[in-house]
Design a protein around this ligand. Structure first.
Ligand code: HEM
Length: 482
């Protein structure tokens, strides 16, 4: 039995240690709420409530572009900080153990490697599969075109009612990504009725609290595991796991796919490594592109944005058959969509390297956790993004301020660890919007409440809170009366 005296002494020792550390920390000169000097509990509380992004953004609005958010953690929102943290030395500072939560089949993938050298090795194998030249080669684009055409069929079928974009866009992203990763010789498509079940398993995931608890308090998680499962489910994706393990066992793969590259014997990757990398890209490519398109199409359908939708339609109708990457207004709409609703709006945490570094004007000791979040980087500097909360694609067409806007565009992160799937994602987004808005006007369904499209943070990405998005599709010839 612990004696009461021992308990009191332990508490006193803990308080004295925390106070000493808090009062002598070199981070004390960084603005922030008083409690961030002593505890990370408020930050964690907001993470558990799926509200981390907005919490940090509110701190930026109160304290400026550099803000201390926990005893050892600082958030930044300036272009200079983005450059220092994510681009110095090519791929910026090393990732923190936060990324352990994303390990697949117990293995590290390109996304979850923590240090530069391991990352560079894996990236040398993978990068060329995602280069723009590989994406715009017809086999890859064929998969996206087929997905967009299936989506348009669903839009036509929904006329007179509504379509749940959330489900359909995630299915579309699933089709595009699996085509890019696995498309086998001779088969037109991998699509089957099973695919929607797999997509649902990956997308409708309720494991946020369980995974955070396990990450922050692993011992308590082990002890309380079973009780915890009653309130917070663990992440379980048996269908997706099996699908990827089985698919990665095939040997007859098409040259442009990621699987084909990873199976090259000279890279020495075993079956589990290959499957882990592929499952990781599947997860990275479904929710991001699906959520980004969902938020964007919802916004374009609002009365306040219908004139932007009209301009987009005019450009598409004036340029039938134009390539998706030759349409400036479509590009502006996608950039503004990703600025306002970046699918990964949250902090991307990194460790300050040995010797410490200066970020903005603050010297930070080695081991400090630093991060930027796209949601704030895209809003904080009003001289670059005036009226930052307003959706306004036209801002991307102004020549003045173009370099500054691009410098602050952080939706795909930056530097050597930025999104490798960026060109694929942009092709998917643009081809789908081109296919839809050259045929339809979209309007919100009356059954939708605006809160359903509020941001709900997951571990690193943010999804629409209601996980549904009902839109009506009105054919353009019906609107113009042709
Ligand atoms: C709109 C869609 C997308 C957005 C907004 C997005 C955003 C991002 C961001 C911000 C990162 C950096 C994360 C970090 O540092 O923690 C990232 C990394 C990554 N993304 Fe994407 N992504 C998108 C689509 C895709 C797609 C379609 C794929 C592949 C199929 C993909 C695969 C990856 C991978 C593998 C990484 C890790 C890169 C590395 O560590 O070198 N992403 N993405």
């Amino acid at each position: 039995m612990l004696s009461p005296l021992l308990i009191i002494l332990s508490i006193v020792a803990f308080v004295v240690h925390t106070l000493r550390h808090a009062l002598s920390s070199p981070l004390n000169k960084i603005p922030g709420p008083w409690y961030a000097k002593f505890t990370s509990l408020v930050l964690k509380w907001n993470e558990f409530r799926a509200n981390r992004t907005q919490y940090i953004h509110d701190l930026h609005l109160n304290y400026g572009p550099s803000v201390r958010i926990a005893p050892r953690e600082v958030a930044f929102a300036s272009a200079a900080a983005v450059k220092e943290i994510y681009c110095s030395g090519g791929s910026g500072y090393d990732k923190t153990e936060f990324y352990d939560m994303f390990r697949v089949y117990g293995r590290r993938t390109m996304f979850t490697t923590l240090n530069k050298d391991d990352h560079a090795k894996r990236k040398r194998i993978i990068a060329d599969r995602y280069a723009n030249t590989n994406i715009v080669r017809s086999p890859s684009l064929d998969g996206i075109a087929e997905g967009a055409s299936n989506f348009v069929k669903r839009c036509f079928q929904s006329i007179g009612g509504s379509l749940d974009l959330y489900v359909r866009l995630h299915s579309y992203a699933f089709d595009c990504v699996t085509h890019h990763l696995f498309h086998p010789h001779g088969a037109d498509s991998l699509l089957s009725s099973k695919d929607e079940e797999i997509m649902r398993e990956v997308t409708f995931d309720d494991s946020l609290q369980n995974r955070l608890f396990q990450h922050y308090w692993p011992t308590a998680h082990k002890i309380l595991g079973r009780i915890l499962y009653m309130f917070a489910k663990p992440r379980e994706t048996p269908l997706a796991d099996k699908f990827v393990l089985d698919t990665c066992a095939q040997t007859d793969t098409t040259p442009f796919t990621l699987l084909n590259r990873l199976q090259n014997p000279s890279y020495n990757l075993d079956h589990t490594d290959v499957a882990a990398e592929c499952l990781d890209h599947m997860a990275a490519g479904i929710d991001t592109t699906g959520d980004a398109l969902c938020f964007l199409m919802w916004e374009l359908s609002q009365p306040s944005s219908l004139h932007y939708q009209r301009k987009l339609q005019e450009e598409l109708l004036a340029n039938p058959g134009a390539s998706f990457d030759k349409l400036p207004y479509l590009d502006a709409v996608v950039m503004e969509g990703l600025r306002c609703f970046p699918a990964i709006p949250m902090s991307l945490p990194r460790y300050v390297p040995c010797g410490g570094r200066t970020v903005d004007v603050f010297f930070l000791p080695a081991g400090t956790i630093v991060s930027c979040q796209a949601y704030s980087v895209h809003r904080i500097d009003r001289s670059v993004f005036p009226n930052p909360d307003a959706f306004n694609p036209d801002r991307w067409l102004e020549e003045k301020g173009d370099p500054e806007r691009k410098r602050l565009f952080f939706a795909f992160a930056n530097g050597g660890r930025g999104c490798v799937g960026k060109h694929l994602a942009l092709a998917e987004m643009k081809m789908l919007l081109q296919a839809v808005y050259s045929r339809f006007t979209t309007l919100p369904d009356a059954a939708m409440a605006p809160e359903e499209l509020g941001m709900s943070d997951q571990l690193i990405s943010s999804r629409p809170a209601g996980q549904r998005c009902l839109l009506q599709f009105i054919p353009l010839d019906a609107v113009t009366g042709e």
